[in-house]
Design a binder for this molecule. Sequence first.
Ligand code: ATP
Ligand code: MG
Length: 391
Amino acid sequence: MKELILIKNGEIALKGLNRTTFEDVLLKNIRRKLADLGKFRCYKAQSTMYIEPQEDGIDLDEAVDRVRKVFGIAALTRACIVEKDFEDIKAKTVEYLKETLSEASTFKVEAKRSDKTFPMNTPQICTELGGYLLEQFPGLTVDVHNPQVTVMVEIRDFAAYIHAGQIEGAGGMPVSTSGRAMLLVSGGIDSPVAAYMMAKRGLSLACVHFASPPYTSERARMKVLTLAKKLTPYTGNLNVYVVPYTAAQEHIRDNAPEDLFTVLMRRSMMRITRVLCEKEGADAIVTGESLAQVASQTLKAIACTDAAQSLPVLRPCIGMDKTEITDIARKIDTYETSILPYEDCCTIFTPPHPKTKPHLDEIEAAEAGMPGLAELEAQAAAQAEVVYVNL
Ligand code: ATP
Ligand code: MG
């Protein structure tokens, strides 16, 4: 029996004239995700996309698992391909759904017929196939309102397809249809979740991580690369810039008022990230900040951080509680890695009493007192190591 995956687009369906472009990007994203699993033919017809294995032995469970994580898909179905011939449909339904139907006690048949040349109409298909299945599986009864199994028969242009229900897709928009942004990734719980949320809205991402050896360890760096790897099923391949931040960070520690340290450091990170954005063709910065979570995430502190450079800063976690962020981290399987206890550069040198309502005037005055900082930031950006992380 030959199987395939049928895909229903999500929001793309609403995109009017641009729809073809969105669909093409989605197809490209799907093809990329499946490339190393074997040869597939991926194409669209009407509002459905078809993913057909072109060789034997392809792991379709794995393919379904990967496609489920591709943004831009509302629902997907794993189905059996049959001839547009009612005898073939009957025989293959029994064979394909044998296990599911033997375990169920109630079912119904639904049919869709977009090929109107097929000699039976949908009520006929449902009645006849339903009757046949009742004969074949004596334990079954029909329940049209609340069946355990809905057997779907779709008569389409090229073939007929049989399946027993849809799987929910990842939703959102295809990655890279909304532009490109740079994610500040820390190794904590929040920033990977921020990546997931913005990729879901169609952003393609690159990452920047600030490392301050010897205060932060090689293991902390590896942890960030592991997190990036865990994000790739959703984001696609990622360039991760690891910025050697020690010198700039020590300079701030040694030359600025202690209670402004955190905000000064965050502004410095933003300026460096902006330089990397130019390299990467990114038009925005994404962070995992959540309002009021820590001293650097008060409204005043955020305002000072945003004033450091002019690109928009997107903070998808801003209105979320830690428990909500954690739920998503578990869902996308980054949580267990994120809670590994390695030092992050944001947690070293943290003052005991950071100012929660800093003023931009005092921040700018403190920066005016550090004329050497700009050069250290330029060096840090230039010396960033790029690690390519793929699926
Ligand atoms: P997270 O759980 O993502 O680490 P957090 O709650 O620990 O966030 P902060 O440490 O204040 O909060 O960091 C806020 C945001 O700043 C992070 O979500 C991340 O986007 C960015 N950030 C923090 N540290 C780093 C770092 N070392 N490199 C890159 N970005 C960082
Ligand atoms: Mg953190």
